[in-house]
Design a binder for this molecule. Structure first.
Ligand code: RUQ
Ligand code: CUA
Length: 676
């Protein structure tokens, strides 16, 4: 049967498609060959019968019991996960690994009415593209997707405080803030001078600043663009950006922020100093070679050119002093104060430390003393000691200066230990007992190692103590509150890039796989798998659920952008329609199961300003407001007040309706917009 593309899209070929799906189900039951029926499960009665019938081994049963969260009971932790190139964020319960929410961030999210006509979300999304200072096509309009990578939960005294979470856009050098009172995005900032970003996001221990750095360095002056790659060392620069956080709203204020100009190495991961290393930040890099590829012209590909040096550089940055220096010795570039690199060097804001060959993660231990760097192309994790770094800085114990005059500390003087962990070490997280857990991408495993004093001493320090295989190709990992001053240990989540044969095949694009690992037993054990069918999560942070104080409902009439009563909120019994010239303004209340007014008559070409308030006070009593053909689709959570504006440029009778099944009379919750 010949099927055109158009027929396929329109579903005419649905019958043919059905053929492809059969035959797959058989894979589901076989398990891992870990044996046994339920007969030897140690269970008796009904549970034993069920385990036997389902072919579950005693270990399967134990793992299930460890992760099962009965209906109505709540998870102990919540992980906030990047959604990768879905541009969203995910909230997931641990240990159940159930998705609690997909949070609309950079990408419009219809379920939440995010970016489909609600003024609050539309203004957040459209303000997230800087057309003046950064490159963006006006004709294409604001950016509506992002490659979300690194969440950073706000902290107080180095512990998560459950107020806000920040997340960067890898592709466009942007950062967003989600308020954890309502899990909604309040700000998207197009960071000046950053054309891209990667793992450079963290908050300082009291959320004074959020940090974000360049990944690919930025072309400083957009002149001579064609030749710029021949002169990367001079034409491009990196920026370590310290965005000042408003302590009341969590919003980032560019006017109070500053950047430190850094060399055009490819800055990669970053982490903040804490306790003894408070006031400092750490940003690592690769491609200190500054290779740019050019393989069609016969030059080595980027991955070859970028892997020549035996050492790359960890940037060690004094941000507390930087905040002072920015007041007097910076210049404003594209709206942000920038401390030039020579000033950063002469003021002692910037040092470099050698890192073995193309490193990846840099992670500061809970006590602030140890800083672990994964080797990526080197089987070791290198652990630096902050006390040694400090001493080397004080003693000016430099082995050289780099090409930009930045002092490079002597490697041997600052390393506390190295542990051979396996192939492809990337990211480290910690527990409360002085262990590091590092992901091994190539080996598809997690290695557990010990730190030194005060946790371990003598030949117990800096030792590999355990390893567990995961499936497959782990990128990040996350222990519970594992990058705070007080990790909770208990579980580890492995963020695996591939899932290959772990799940039913649902097409050629496979989900990634989160695996939950038990840290309470002497040997680490994988407890469960969780397919992630929405984007490629890069990094997650796990917060104790009891630190989250999310609202159940808004006070009636609340504007979610300000958390204050909206001056234009519609009020019960004061609903109205007003016309001024060509502008029609409507105040509508929304409740089970009606919109009032339910009939709105306008003229073609009128400008419509429509205020809607959900006057419900019952948790979960959410209503939708959708106008067909106008691409308006708003979620009105209990108490929420929203305004939508549009020009009534299409004639017709439009039956607007509620998109949430809110009551027995949900289907009757409908009104008319007549445009004549
Ligand atoms: S870093 S590819 Cu978070 Cu391992 Cu991004
Ligand atoms: Cu309100 Cu359905």
């Amino acid at each position: 049967m010949a099927v055109t593309r158009r027929e396929l899209i329109q579903g005419a070929a649905a019958g043919a498609a059905g053929l492809v799906v059969g035959g797959v189900v058989g894979n589901a039951v076989g398990g891992d060959g870990e044996g046994g029926g339920g007969g030897s499960s140690g269970l008796s009665g009904r549970a034993a019968d069920i385990a036997k019938e389902r072919g579950l081994s005693p270990d399967d049963v134990a793992r299930a019991v460890k992760t099962y969260v009965p209906g109505g009971k709540k998870d102990e932790f919540v992980i906030l996960s990047s959604g990768g190139h879905s541009g969203q964020m995910l909230a997931i319960g641990v240990p159940s690994m159930r998705i609690l929410k997909v949070i609309g961030v950079f990408t419009p999210e219809p379920w939440q009415g995010h970016g489909f006509g609600a003024d609050s979300s539309d203004s957040v999304i459209s303000a997230g593209t800087d057309f003046t200072n950064k490159v963006a096509s006006k004709a294409r309009g604001p950016l509506t997707w992002a490659d979300t990578h690194h969440p950073g939960i706000s902290e107080t005294n180095g512990e998560y405080d459950g107020r806000w979470v920040y997340i960067n856009d890898r592709a466009n050098g942007r950062i967003a803030m989600v308020d954890l009172r309502d899990f909604k995005t309040k700000q998207i900032l197009d960071v000046p001078n950053l054309d891209s970003s990667h793992g450079g996001v963290f908050v300082t221990p009291n959320t004074d600043y959020v940090h974000i750095s360049t990944k690919i360095p930025t072309l400083v002056d957009r002149v001579n663009i064609e030749k710029s790659l021949d002169n990367v060392a001079q034409a491009y620069r990196g920026y370590s950006t310290w965005l000042k956080v408003d302590p009341k709203t969590g919003r980032m204020d560019v006017s109070q922020s500053f950047q430190i100009e850094i060399p055009p190495y490819w800055q990669d991961l970053a982490d903040c100093g804490k306790l003894v290393s408070d006031g400092w930040g750490f940003v690592n890099s690769y491609n200190t070679e500054r290779a740019v590829g050019g393989n069609l012209e016969g030059k080595p590909s980027l991955e070859v050119g970028a892997s020549q040096n035996d050492f790359d550089f960890l940037h060690i940055i004094n941000w507390k002093k930087g905040a002072e220096v920015a007041k007097t010795k910076s210049k404003v570039i594209n709206g942000i104060r920038v401390i030039p690199m020579d000033v950063a060097v002469s003021e002692g804001l910037l040092y470099l430390a050698p890192e073995p060959k193309s490193p990846h993660g840099v992670d500061v231990a809970p006590n602030g003393e140890y800083i672990s760097v994964g080797g990526k192309l080197d089987p070791h994790v290198t652990i630096y000691a902050w006390s040694k770094i400090q001493k080397a800085i004080d003693d000016k114990n430099f082995e050289k200066k780099d090409d930009y005059g930045v002092p490079v500390l002597k490697f041997d003087a600052i390393v506390a230990g190295q542990v051979e962990v396996g192939a492809g070490p990337l990211h480290t997280q910690y527990d409360e007992k002085g262990h590091g857990y590092i992901s091994l991408f190539i080996e598809s495993a997690v290695a557990k190692f010990t730190l030194g004093e005060p946790y371990f001493s003598g030949d117990k320090a800096f030792k590999l103590v355990d390893k567990v295989s995961i499936n497959y190709n782990i990128g990040h990992l996350c222990t519970m509150e594992g990058d705070t001053v007080k990790p909770a240990g208990k579980y580890l989540v492995a963020l695996n890039k591939w899932s290959i044969d772990r799940f039913l095949t649902v097409g050629t694009l496979k989900p990634q796989n989160f695996q939950l690992v038990d840290l309470t037993t002497e040997k680490m054990e994988v407890l469960s798998d969780m397919p992630i069918g929405v984007g490629e999560p890069h990094y997650v942070q796990a917060i104790r659920a009891d630190r989250l104080k999310a609202w159940e409902v808004y006070p009636v009439g609340t504007d979610p952008l300000t958390f204050e009563k909206s001056p234009t909120a519609a009020e019960k019994d004061k609903e109205k329609i007003e016309r001024k010239g060509n502008t029609v303004e409507i105040w509508t209340t929304v409740t089970r199961s009606r919109f009032k007014p339910d009939t709105v008559k306008v003229k073609e070409g009128d400008k419509i300003i429509w205020h809607l308030t959900n006057i419900e006070t019952t948790p979960d009593a959410t209503h939708g407001f959708s106008i067909p053909r106008y691409n308006v689709n708003i979620s009105l959570d209990p108490g929420e007040s929203v305004t939508t504006e549009f020009v009534a440029d299409a004639k017709g009778a439009f039956a607007y309706y509620c998109t949430e099944f809110c009551s027995a009379l949900h289907l009757e919750m409908q009104g008319w917009l007549l445009v004549s």
